[in-house]
Design a protein around this ligand. Sequence first.
Ligand code: TRP
Length: 320
Amino acid sequence: MNDVVLTGDRPTGPLHLGHYFGSLANRVRLQDLHPMYVLIADYQVITDRDLPGEIRRHTMELLLDYLAIGIDPAKVTIFQHSAIPELNQLLLPFLSLVSVAELGRNPTVKDEIAHSSQAAVSGLMFTYPVHQAADILFCKGTLVPVGKDQLPHLEVARLVARRFNDRYGEVFPLPKAMMGAQPMLKGLDGGKMSKSRGNAIALSATEDKTALLIRKARTDAERLITFEEERRPEVANLLTLAGLCLGRPPAELAEEIGDGGAATLKRVATEAVNEFLRPIRRRRAELTEGDARRILAEGNERARERAVRTLEEVRAAMGF
Ligand code: TRP
């Protein structure tokens, strides 16, 4: 079977190196192997916050991040929820296929509710995984590169596809998750790398900002640098970061640094990251806002054509 790849991100802030090594690098590889869609999931931003915030700026930044890392708009359809009415319309029949009890059991939704700062949990919080099923199924996506937290949502998409096919006839292929094989990159404070925790290096960070972030990174007091993930997680994480950027095993870097201490480790990591980000920064600087807007408009048009065809098929199968 010919796979179709679909993946996406919520436009809530800049992408960082954790995203890059966790999933973005994989996308750049996949774009040469399969037809691929990348979604700027703008309607999903209002699942866990009351307002979309600076949605236009975040959308543009996400798009520039994609283009800067080498996602090629000639190969990949980059598009946004809010530009594709027919994708959003799939939500209605899809919601009829899922029970309220099933919506309430989704562990990722439960976790997001537990961490939410909203005064009240909205209906969208419970139903966005079904909307996400529409994201995947509108283009008959079969391969979905995602992190572990997204697996329950992928199960929803499979459930929706299976039930639709059972009730109305074979329309949708069952999508599969594709998990990255990369080691988990932690933030510079040893916690989960996250834009909201201030411990992440954004792909758009300047050289100076990168140097500053790494200078402030937590380490330990031992002078001899060794790669021991359990005993010395912060040191190991900087070695992992430098190793990923240099394409070298972290233990080998540790041996080279030897008794150079944290200062040498940080210098090595800073140079590795800045070297790695140089071509990405260069591509970003070459792009104009006009280019970006044109690329998104073209992607939206292609995605919309696809969504129109699927919605027609869905209506016909259902007898509307
Ligand atoms: N929920 C995903 C996230 O928060 C973003 C997303 C929206 C997505 N639609 C998708 C991911 C479809 C994969 C497929 O990161």
